[in-house]
Write a protein that binds this ligand. Structure first.
Ligand SMILES: CC(C)(COP(=O)(O)OP(=O)(O)OC[C@H]1O[C@@H](n2cnc3c(N)ncnc32)[C@H](O)[C@@H]1OP(=O)(O)O)[C@@H](O)C(=O)NCCC(=O)NCCS
Length: 182
C-alpha cells in the first residue's frame, strides 16, 4: 500500500522521512539487505544469500505497493536510506485474516536514535487502520535492544522456537515469539 511522505524527528534532532518503498528504491533495498546481513547476527540470512536481481526486487516492491494489506515503509535520514519496517498479512483466509506480521531492520549507523520505535509505531497505526487485530513477530534471543523496543510498545512473549537459526560455525540461536493486540 501507499504511505505518503511523512517527516519525523529523531532523538538527536535530525529529521527522518518515512514513505512507502517504490520500484525505484530497488537498488538501495538490495544493498541494504546485503549490508545489514553483515552488521547483525539477528537477521535470517547470510549476506551472500540475497539472490534477488534488480528486476525481481523492482517487481517485489511494485507488488508490495499494490497490495492493500501490505506495507514496506522505508526511512531516510539526510537523503540516505536508513532502514525499513514491513507489514505483511497472513493471507485472506477467514480464520487468519485478522493477523499480521512485522519485520524491521536499520543500518547500524542509524540505530539507537529513536527511528526503530517511530517506524514500528507508524506501522502499528497502519495495521489498526487496515483492521488487523494482532501483530506478530519473532526476535532472536540476545537481541536485547529489539526486545526492549517491542516490549515497550506492548508486544508480549508467548513462546520460544528452539534452534530457529543455525550459524555457519554450527551454533544455534532460539527465537522468542511475540504478539501485540492492536
Ligand atoms: C531493533 C531496531 C529496529 C531498533 O531500532 P532503534 O532505532 O535502534 O531503536 P530505538 O532507538 O527506537 O530504541 C532503542 C531502545 O532500546 C534501548 N536499548 C539500546 N540498547 C539496548 C540493549 N542492549 N538492551 C536493552 N535495551 C537497549 C534504548 O535505550 C532505547 O530505549 P528507549 O526507547 O526506552 O529509550 C534496530 O536497532 C535494528 O534495526 N537492529 C538491527 C536489526 C534487528 O535487530 N532487527 C530486528 C530483528 S527482530
Amino acid at each position: 500500500m501507499y504511505f505518503p511522505e511523512k517527516e519525523v524527528k529523531l532523538k538527536d534532532g535530525r529529521v527522518a522521512v518515512l514513505r512507502s518503498a517504490k520500484p525505484e528504491d530497488a537498488a538501495d533495498c538490495l544493498e541494504y539487505l546485503r549490508v545489514t546481513a553483515t552488521e547483525t547476527p539477528f537477521l535470517l540470512r547470510e549476506a551472500e544469500e540475497n539472490d534477488m536481481t534488480l528486476e525481481m526486487e523492482k517487481a517485489f516492491l511494485q507488488a508490495r505497493l499494490e497490495d492493500p494489506k501490505s506495507l514496506m515503509l522505508i526511512a531516510s535520514v539526510d537523503g540516505a536510506y536508513a532502514g525499513n519496517c514491513g507489514l505483511v498479512s497472513f493471507g485472506n483466509k477467514l480464520r487468519v485474516r485478522h493477523r499480521c506480521g512485522m519485520g524491521i531492520a536499520l543500518y547500524q549507523k542509524f540505530c539507537n536514535n529513536g527511528l526503530g520505535r517511530i517506524l514500528i509505531e507508524n506501522v502499528v497505526e497502519v495495521a489498526r487502520e487496515l483492521g488487523f487485530e494482532q501483530m506478530e513477530l519473532e526476535v532472536v534471543v540476545g537481541n536485547d535492544r529489539a526486545r526492549h523496543v517491542y516490549e515497550s510498545l506492548g508486544f508480549v512473549p508467548y513462546g520460544v522456537r528452539p534452534h530457529a537459526l543455525k550459524y555457519k560455525d554450527g551454533t544455534y540461536a532460539d527465537e522468542i515469539l511475540m504478539v501485540k493486540t492492536l
